[in-house]
Design a binder for this molecule. Structure first.
Ligand SMILES: C[S@@+](CC[C@H](N)C(=O)[O-])C[C@H]1O[C@@H](n2cnc3c(N)ncnc32)[C@H](O)[C@@H]1O
Length: 276
């Protein structure tokens, strides 16, 4: 797009309905402003001025469809992103969970992008279990599931190899302990990799994993959803958690409306909540 703003273009609703129909991407639950901005980036890149023309382009160019979906599912992430949040999880959540008598500890990183978040969580559990002398039990007990709507990022997640830039927030001792130089960057060590598995899941249409979860992290994902969708998701997270289970949101995300009464606040700055 080289000038005209397609802001009032009535083709927007038709285009988003088409995307949802063709690709099962639930546009209706995302904030409209956010969708418009992301779609405008692709239209500009292709020199298209109206939503109708862009819809026609999508019909003939599957490569463009992939690029559009990439633009809609913002995959930016890092290992130990916002270290202060992980520091709080390591102090306030991990030791509490390791002390639980449950035979399994179930962690779900919802919207995990390329896997940095679930591997970071697994490393913290490993470090704390080692300090507590309970490492042998951890491999049997801990199950970290990373899920995302985007199959492309999940392939990267399964490889578990990251470039140096992904470590910008990572303390040196954690990087040296849990990653090894490998072709293409630094690979997660096998003892961490074996604690983590990945699954393709759409938060809007697939149910949470069954069974009582002990920790759900859903960071920098719901920010793109409208308010009603966010509230419905918080309710589902609450149902999926075991009693006393924890929920961690992104730094600019928080519980809304009546869902605030479902959780106690553990650490307000780091958005750590606990099922009441
Ligand atoms: C910005 S990344 C956040 C990654 C990580 N949680 C973090 O905070 O660094 C947002 C991720 O949410 C995923 N996502 C967006 N909509 C989704 C949906 N409906 N279901 C599951 N994942 C979704 C995107 O594919 C993307 O990988």
């Amino acid at each position: 797009m080289t000038g005209a703003d397609p802001g009032d273009d009535p083709g927007f609703a038709l285009l988003t309905a088409k995307i949802s129909r063709d690709r099962g991407f639930g546009c209706a639950s995302y904030k409209e402003k956010c969708l418009r901005r992301r779609i405008a980036v692709r239209m500009r890149a292709r020199g298209v001025h109206t939503y109708a023309d862009y819809a026609r382009l999508l019909d003939h160019d599957t490569g463009e469809y992939e690029r559009l979906l990439d633009a809609l599912t913002i995959n930016v992430t890092k290992l130990f992103r916002n270290w202060e949040t992980y520091d709080a999880i390591e102090r306030l959540v991990v030791p509490v969970l390791l002390r639980r008598p449950d035979p399994a500890l179930r962690v779900w990183s919802a919207g995990c992008s390329s896997g940095e978040e679930p591997y970071s969580l697994a490393a913290l559990f490993h470090r704390q279990a080692e300090r507590a002398g309970t490492l042998p039990a951890l491999a049997r007990r801990l199950d970290v599931l990373g899920s995302d709507i985007d199959r492309g990022v999940l392939e990267t997640a399964a490889r578990g190899v990251y470039k140096a830039a992904a470590f910008a927030d990572t303390p040196a001792d954690l990087r040296d302990r849990y990653f090894r130089p490998e072709a293409g960057g630094f690979g997660v060590v096998p003892e961490i990799r074996s604690l983590v598995r990945f699954d393709r899941r759409d938060l809007l249409s697939d149910p949470p994993p069954v069974g009582g979860l002990h920790l759900i992290t859903c960071r920098n994902v719901i920010i793109y959803f409208d308010r009603a969708t966010q509230e419905a998701l918080f309710e589902r997270f609450h149902q999926a958690l075991a009693p006393g289970g924890f929920l961690v949101l992104g730094k600019v995300e928080t519980l809304l409306g009546h869902t605030r009464t479902l959780f106690a606040t553990v650490e307000p700055r780091e958005r750590i909540f606990r099922k009441q």
